[in-house]
Ligand binder design. Structure first.
Ligand code: MF3
Ligand code: CO
Length: 261
């Protein structure tokens, strides 16, 4: 069942997503060689709680942390750890959810750590472009297959591959609502988008092959070929003519300055 949101509800979701954007920026300040992912998690959880939010990944189906921190070949759901120390040339995807005023925000960003290779930089840029091309299709009258096609087409045109096992989703009072938002698909397929639908679009794109496995911790998804993967996510509200982007990377942009892509 898909819940259409009223304008008032959409504004509450914008507030959740704004806190989330500020949280990712706070984390961005600390991403550098030598930092552990456990430290980033602590920073995020404190920031969210200090600002009246709840880090809603923590406890979700037993997930143990506020952040998902997925490094290099880890695609999503990497668990923060004292043992994972970032080093120059890594990439780290930071994905989190914030619950505020009864509504969830959901957003993710992949950061380079120091200097990364040209190939990896191109993966990051392309994945972000995929996200915005998907968002361009999140308008009244288009279909979910149009979103998936836009993401997949751009990724594959650039020689990258699209993860199939994880998808975007509706979002609102629940972190995961209907519908599923695939990052692959065919134009003109799938449900018709209606104004007031709120969805999280989150392409997960691989440098090598698209196949993934889950590590023994039961959460961490990584590429089987151990090549890196990137993940960007924004929550949006479907509107007539142009999607309304509820999450924001603007605070991250302020932190990264000219390093922002
Ligand atoms: N933020 C994730 C998403 O994009 C949710 C991760 S599952 C959790 O859907 F258990 F880590 F919360
Ligand atoms: Co999500």
């Amino acid at each position: 069942m898909i819940f259409l949101k009223t304008d008032e509800e959409v504004e509450l979701m914008r507030a959740s997503n704004d806190l989330l954007g500020r949280t990712l920026a706070e984390v961005a300040k600390h991403i550098q060689p030598g930092v552990t992912t456990a430290r980033l998690d602590k920073i995020a959880e404190e920031f969210i709680r200090d600002n009246g939010g709840i880090p809603s990944c923590k406890g979700f189906e037993g997930y143990p942390a506020a952040l998902c921190t997925s490094v290099n070949e880890q695609v999503v759901h990497g668990i923060p750890s004292e043992e994972v120390v970032l080093k120059d040339g890594d990439i780290i995807s930071v994905d989190t959810c914030v619950l505020l005023n009864g509504f969830h925000g959901d957003s993710a960003y992949t950061f380079p750590v120091g200097e990364v290779s040209d190939d990896v930089m191109r993966l990051l840029r392309t994945t972000k472009e995929c996200l915005y091309l998907g968002i361009d299709c999140a308008v009244t009258g288009k279909r979910l297959g149009d979103v998936g096609f836009a993401v997949q087409n751009h990724a594959e045109k650039n020689g990258f591959s699209v993860v199939r096992e994880f998808v975007g989703h509706g979002i609102g009072r629940e972190m995961h609502e209907d519908p599923e938002v695939c990052n692959y698909g065919r134009r003109g397929n799938g449900i018709v988008l209606k104004s007031g639908m709120t969805i999280a679009i989150e392409p997960m794109i691989c440098l090598g092959r698209r196949n993934v496995l889950i590590e023994d911790d039961g959460w961490t998804a990584r590429t089987i070929d151990r090549k890196p993967a990137a993940h960007y996510e924004l929550s949006v509200c479907v509107r007539n003519g142009k999607a309304d982007i509820l999450s924001t990377f603007d605070y991250i942009r302020q932190v990264l300055g000219e390093r922002f892509i």
